[in-house]
Ligand binder design. Structure first.
Ligand code: NAD
Length: 420
């Protein structure tokens, strides 16, 4: 990981990005302040009984950034480095992400400061249920709908759904998305982020002078988003996966890696490291590999002013949230690298979350083919909009995506008016 990661405040990054677009859209001071301020924040400190009988107090946050376009939507992250500013930034990005793909949602996010790798299932269940109870006044199908993020999954969402339903006295499947199918989850949700990312890469490739058949691809972060993107680029588009990594480091093979086999290896050993026939590579080196497509799919602040000039990919597709700093963005733009910004490239997850919520509310479920077809339509249309604005305004894709998204949020704020 680049050395300066801890010094970059992600919320400062998020606010800078808003300013750039506010200038472009000539927004007045008041509107700009609304866009730069989280609407509602809750910090909770709560005790959890550990397996050895002791009690530990954990801190969690839930931020509802902006709800002008509808209920807030966004994941819950379990990580030792969660901070309120990180959650604010992620909630702001969710607002723009929902708007850029035109979902009827605002943005929110949650996080708990913990190290899930060092906790048992029982401890994680008790932590999740207590956190769910603490934030219960803020969540609900019409208010704020959490989903999985880093180190949370369909099991976490099931516990939250159950805890919330117990409090209400009836089942409320629409309170969270990313649930298992048996509990009102949607077909296709598990792989939606990677699938959406693969669609956007496919659409952008011809504009970036890349032919996906045989294109070389490096993926930093072989988790949910990264592994699905790698498998679909490999299986459906004929790309060659030349490097993959996880938190322990990466592997590379210029002749190509089979992401299915790497996945099986990771399932057995817990890491991509040691995959037969591959050479080790660090998480810094993987970003600087010569390749056609680089997919950062781990954490934020990976491409910074320090390493941006060393990026050799033709396309950077941000499956992760916030992997590129604004300073690095400028360098990549000058180098004519096509950046597919996070709010567009990883919006497939929230899009199918929206489908899940819509299905739960109707109690009427769609087959996988229908989910994927609708997802493809949303991603293709949204990429088209962003590409059109980028071309018309002669700006990079991130600015274009923000222009599309922020204009939609501003339109909603203006037409609703300021209460009272
Ligand atoms: P995940 O937990 O399934 O995977 C994360 C992966 O990153 C793991 O393989 C982990 O080992 C690796 N990792 C952790 N620290 C790393 C480091 N320092 N260097 C390299 N790799 C590291 O999480 P995920 O759901 O795939 O999320 C990954 C990113 O995608 C996050 O930024 C998340 O916000 C974003 N995202 C996820 C979804 C989704 O639906 N899952 C949707 C939108 C955005």
């Amino acid at each position: 990981m680049p050395a300066d990661t801890s010094t970059i405040n992600p919320f400062e990054t998020a606010r800078k990005q808003i300013d750039i677009v506010a200038d472009l859209l000539k927004l007045n001071g008041g509107t700009r302040e609304i866009l730069k301020s989280p609407k509602r924040e809750l910090t909770v400190n709560f005790p959890v009984r550990m397996d050895d009988g002791s009690y530990r107090v954990f801190q969690g946050h839930r931020v509802q950034y902006n709800m002008a376009r509808g209920p807030t939507k966004g994941g819950i992250r379990y990580h030792p480095q969660v901070t309120l500013d990180e959650v604010r930034a992620l909630a702001a990005w969710m607002t723009w992400k929902c708007a850029v793909v035109n979902l009827p949602y605002g943005g929110g996010k949650g996080g708990v400061v913990c190290d899930p790798k060092k906790m048992s299932q029982g401890e994680l269940e008790r932590l999740t249920r207590r956190y769910a109870l603490e934030i219960a006044p803020l969540i609900g199908p019409e208010m704020d709908i959490p989903a999985p993020d880093v180190y949370t999954d369909s099991q976490t969402m099931s516990w939250i759904m159950d805890t919330y339903s117990m409090m209400k006295g009836f089942s409320v499947p629409g309170v969270v998305t990313g649930k298992p199918i048996s509990l009102g989850g949607s077909e296709g949700r598990g792989e939606a982020t990677g699938r959406g990312c693969a669609y956007v890469i496919r659409e952008a490739a011809p504009h970036a002078g890349v032919s996906m058949k045989g294109a070389s691809v490096a993926v930093q972060g072989f988790g949910n988003a990264g592994s699905v993107t790698a498998k679909l680029l490999h299986d459906d588009q004929g790309a060659k996966i030349i490097a993959l990594s996880d938190s322990r480091g990466g592997i590379t093979n210029s002749a190509g890696l089979d992401p299915h086999k790497v996945e099986a290896h990771k399932a057995k050993t817990g890491t991509v490291l040691g995959f037969p026939g591959a050479k080790p590579i660090s998480n810094t080196e993987i970003l600087e590999l010569k390749c056609d497509v680089l997919v950062p799919a781990a954490l934020e602040n990976q491409i910074t002013a320090k390493n941006a000039s060393k990026i050799q990919a033709k396309i950077v597709a941000e499956a992760a949230n916030g992997p590129t700093t604004p300073e690095a963005d400028e360098v990549l733009f000058e180098k004519k690298i096509t950046v597919l910004p996070d709010i567009l490239a990883n919006a497939g997850g929230v899009t199918v979350s929206y489908f899940e919520w819509a299905q739960d509310i109707q109690g009427f479920f769609w087959p996988l083919a229908e989910v994927n077809q609708r997802l493809e339509r949303v991603m293709v249309h949204s990429y088209g909009e962003v590409h059109r604005v980028a071309t018309e305004r002669k700006v990079h894709n991130r600015t274009a995506a923000y222009v599309v998204a922020i204009q939609r949020v501003v339109d909603a704020i203006k037409i609703r008016g300021i209460f009272p």
